[in-house]
Write a protein that binds this ligand. Structure first.
Ligand code: ZN
Length: 406
């Protein structure tokens, strides 16, 4: 039972039913494409005439298209419907501590062009550089007209109403406007989101066709920082003031090392890439030395992963330890939220065969029921660019979302 908020509600109008059915049809086509009008009508238990009307509207609005006709056993050839994704483009931007990535891709997240540059810490200069590159990429590919917006993911908390980055411990930003200034300098709508939340969105909207995504799941990103995107009942949890899901800053040791956020013993300080690298190098984790560590050692977490895969014991132990701490954090998530699945994205997932047993053991020790202990945990392949797909989903998922009613 969902309570109607007397302070903030959306009143139903004559168009409400029509709008809901339109969105259901669009999502059914997306899930089952190619699909005929007759099959759609059957799945929705809707009269054929009404279905034809909704499909015509969606075709006219450019949301779906009629594909090549197919021969059936009885010789009739129904027109098959597809969601239009190929010629609708999105500029996806992933701002990370070390580098910023830009991908021009279609609505389904298939890349057309990809480039990256070293992240500039000053927000105004960074936005100028992103805007310059966006314009250049669109011009080079002659696609400015079909780009429907920019999806921007940031390692930090974002106020969705103002588009301001509230706090990004990694970038050192507090209350910075990004959305509106990037929109002004590119002339495109900009949607901005915290990276793990965007990755959860991509799972929800750009997952593989036919693979069911649970209505309750958590996406954990392990990179320069550690964050989570929490989905409950098919909706992202943002919290009262847009900072929900910061599991990376749940303490797992009261006197642990100082995290980037300034507090001691956060999960992130034990499981981020820099934590794994520090462990491998045998130096104490220090948030301030994050940059220096890679510079002085010449190593990244990718090197640790490679060495572990080649059988180097020290690298294997460092990753197992990361897995153990990660498992403790995931057990906490499981006990609090009881998700249907947990997805993990990040470079360390390349060493999944080393991480997984350590994660599983920690969860088994702490989960409160056998069923909770067997929560599916899946690693997202690092080469699938989950954060850029998340940035893409910020723009494209809007077309498929349920209408906000009541
Ligand atoms: Zn922290």
């Amino acid at each position: 039972m969902r309570r109607i908020d007397p302070q903030s509600f959306v009143r139903a109008t004559r168009l409400t039913t029509r709008h809901i059915n339109r969105q259901i049809v669009l999502n059914l086509v997306r899930e089952h494409q190619p699909i005929s009008r007759a099959d759609l009508a059957r799945k929705m238990r809707l009269a054929r005439g009404r279905m034809t009307q909704i499909v015509s509207e969606l075709v006219a609005q450019g949301e779906i298209y009629i594909g090549p006709t197919m021969q059936t056993a009885r010789g009739r050839r129904p027109e098959m419907l597809f969601v239009r994704t190929r010629d609708r483009l999105v500029m996806a931007v992933d701002v990370r501590l070390s580098r910023t990535f830009l991908m021009l891709g279609d609505f389904a997240g298939s890349p057309i062009a990809l480039e990256s540059f070293e992240t500039v810490r000053d927000p105004a200069r960074l936005i100028t550089e992103i805007a310059r590159r966006v314009r250049a990429m669109l011009k080079k590919h002659d696609r400015a007209k079909s780009c429907e917006g920019i999806g921007l993911v940031i390692p930090g908390m974002v106020d969705q109403s103002s588009g301001r980055v509230l706090n990004s411990p990694q970038l050192g930003w507090k209350n910075v406007d990004v959305r509106d200034s990037l929109s002004r300098s590119t002339g495109l709508p900009v949607y901005i989101e915290n990276a793990p939340i965007a990755c959860a969105l991509a799972r929800m909207w750009l997952g593989e066709q036919g693979v069911a995504v649970p209505q309750n799941f958590v996406y954990v990103t392990v990179s320069d920082g550690v964050g989570t995107g929490v989905v409950v009942n098919g909706e992202l949890v943002r919290g009262h003031s847009h900072t929900a899901g910061e599991f990376g800053h749940v303490p797992i040791a009261l006197d642990g090392p100082v995290c980037l956020c300034g507090a001691r013993g956060c999960l992130e300080a034990y499981t981020s890439n820099i934590a794994t690298l520090s462990r491998y190098l045998g130096v104490e984790f220090s948030a301030r030395s994050a940059h220096d560590l890679t510079r002085t050692s010449g190593l990244t977490v990718g090197d640790v992963v490679d060495r572990a895969k080649r059988g180097e014991q020290r690298a294997i132990r460092a990753l197992e330890e990361t897995g153990r701490y990660l498992g403790v954090g995931l057990a906490g998530i499981i006990n609090v939220l009881n998700p249907g699945a947990i997805f993990i994205g990040g470079e360390v997932t390349e060493a999944w065969s080393i991480l997984e047993p350590a994660i599983r053991a920690a969860i088994t020790d702490r989960a409160l029921t056998a069923r909770a202990a067997s929560t599916p945990i899946a690693a997202e392949p690092a080469d699938s660019h989950p954060r850029l797909r998340g940035a893409t989903a910020l723009v494209s998922a809007r077309a498929f979302a349920a209408p906000k009613i009541a």
